[in-house]
Design a protein around this ligand. Structure first.
Ligand SMILES: Cc1ncc(C[n+]2csc(CCOP(=O)(O)OP(=O)(O)O)c2C)c(N)n1
Ligand code: SF4
Ligand SMILES: [Mg+2]
Length: 353
């Protein structure tokens, strides 16, 4: 934790923010840190489905962003399950935006806070529908105008709140209610949009992908982004048991396999350049990931030759990611996909059991 705290304050100094406040990690032995109560910006008792990856991701993000934040939240499952009138699961100032304008609302909140001399950090939250598709224009503007906002996209790869419609983030060949698998087609015809590359092309200080399967890695990325003054972006892979049709208890396992096979690479980009990746120690076959989910069940019909072709296609996409980002690990890197699954709370480089 000494490392974390020093690094955060160094970053804050570099980017013109004041040193860490009392809610942020102080220099203390990791045992003390683990004994401390966590800041719960998103309370338990909300109405997400059992095993909802989005709920888990948002909880980790809020724990690590700390209490001095305000949130603009686009319409979608996260907004709906946390705020059934007259209740709210949020312990921070939180504003519901329209589906398409979370980034515009966040830009205004940030400008107003700045005008008042306040240092409260603004967070903007959206699903993949609200980020990859309908809110993209507002997001691009927010990044280009260099607002001091951390935007987090909870990527469950479809419009879940309205009944599992395909988005531009839905993976190729996944079956959704608007790309149903059948005689006409094998699920979605098109490819998942490479949003992170588009975001990085705005040359913002920091953009990264993360996964609920690697909470220590996600926590580190949130803390790093929080220390930067300027626009930052995280896309968090968040399985949806309802829409992906997997058992609720398998959320983390499904998310882990997506990373381990290369279909959802964990990478970091600063000012448009790739600065870090999570190496995959032993890449898994893509079928290990697909077979857990009903949305890919049609790819296991051995009487259908299209199924084999599509499985091969998805494997080729994963191989392409592994090659493009140089994900293939070499040896016992402590922060690779195998090692990081076993780290204790406190960060990947903390003492390990
Ligand atoms: C302009 C507009 N179009 C459509 C809707 C209906 N709508 C509400 S939530 C939602 C799906 C949200 O999908 P996503 O952003 O991926 O979030 P998720 O529910 O999957 O977390 C839709 C289509 C809306 N509220 N506003
Ligand atoms: S439908 Fe999916 S994203 Fe929405 S609350 Fe349920 S599990 Fe979460
Ligand atoms: Mg979604």
């Amino acid at each position: 934790m000494v490392q974390d705290s020093t690094r955060l304050n160094g970053l804050r100094a570099k980017h013109g923010r004041p040193p860490a406040g009392p809610h942020e990690p102080q220099a203390a032995p990791s045992t003390l840190r683990q004994g401390q109560p966590r800041f719960r910006g998103l309370e338990a008792g909300h109405r997400a489905c059992q095993g909802c990856g989005e709920a888990l991701a948002a909880r980790i993000v809020m724990e690590n962003a700390g209490p001095d934040v305000m949130v603009a939240n686009a319409t979608g499952c996260l907004e709906v399950f946390t705020t059934p009138w007259p209740q709210s699961a949020w312990r921070v100032p939180w504003m519901h935006s329209l589906f398409e304008n979370a980034a515009a609302i966040a830009s205004g909140m940030e400008a107003a806070l700045k005008a008042r001399g306040r240092n409260t950090k603004v967070l903007a939250f959206g699903g993949d529908g609200g980020t990859y598709d309908i809110g993209f224009q507002a997001l691009s503007g927010m990044l280009e105008r260099h607002h001091d906002v951390l935007y987090v996209c909870y990527d469950n790869e479809a419009y879940m709140n309205t009944g599992i419609q395909r988005s531009s983030s839905t993976p190729h060949a996944a079956s959704t209610t608007t790309s149903p698998a059948g005689k006409e087609r094998m699920g979605k015809r098109h490819l998942k949009k490479d949003l992170l590359s588009i975001i990085a092309a705005h040359h913002i200080p920091y953009a990264a992908s993360a996964s609920v399967a690697y909470p220590a890695d996600l926590a580190r990325k949130v803390r790093y982004a929080m220390g930067i003054e300027g626009p930052t972006f995280l896309v968090v892979h968040s399985p949806c048991p309802l829409g992906w049709r997997h058992a609720s208890a398998l959320t983390v396992e499904v998310a882990r396999r997506a990373v381990e096979c290369g279909l959802f690479p964990l990478v970091e980009l600063e000012r448009g350049a790739l600065t870090n990746i999570m190496p995959i120690r032993t890449p898994r076959p893509v079928v290990d990931y697909l077979e857990l989910q009903g949305r890919f069940a049609h790819l296991f019909d051995e009487t259908d030759t299209r199924a084999i072709e599509e499985r091969d296609h998805l494997q080729a996409l994963a191989d392409h990611n592994i090659l493009t980002y140089g994900l293939a690990g070499t040896g016992d890197d402590p922060v690779d996909t195998t090692g990081i699954a076993h780290v204790r709370r406190g960060g990947p480089l903390a003492e390990r059991t």
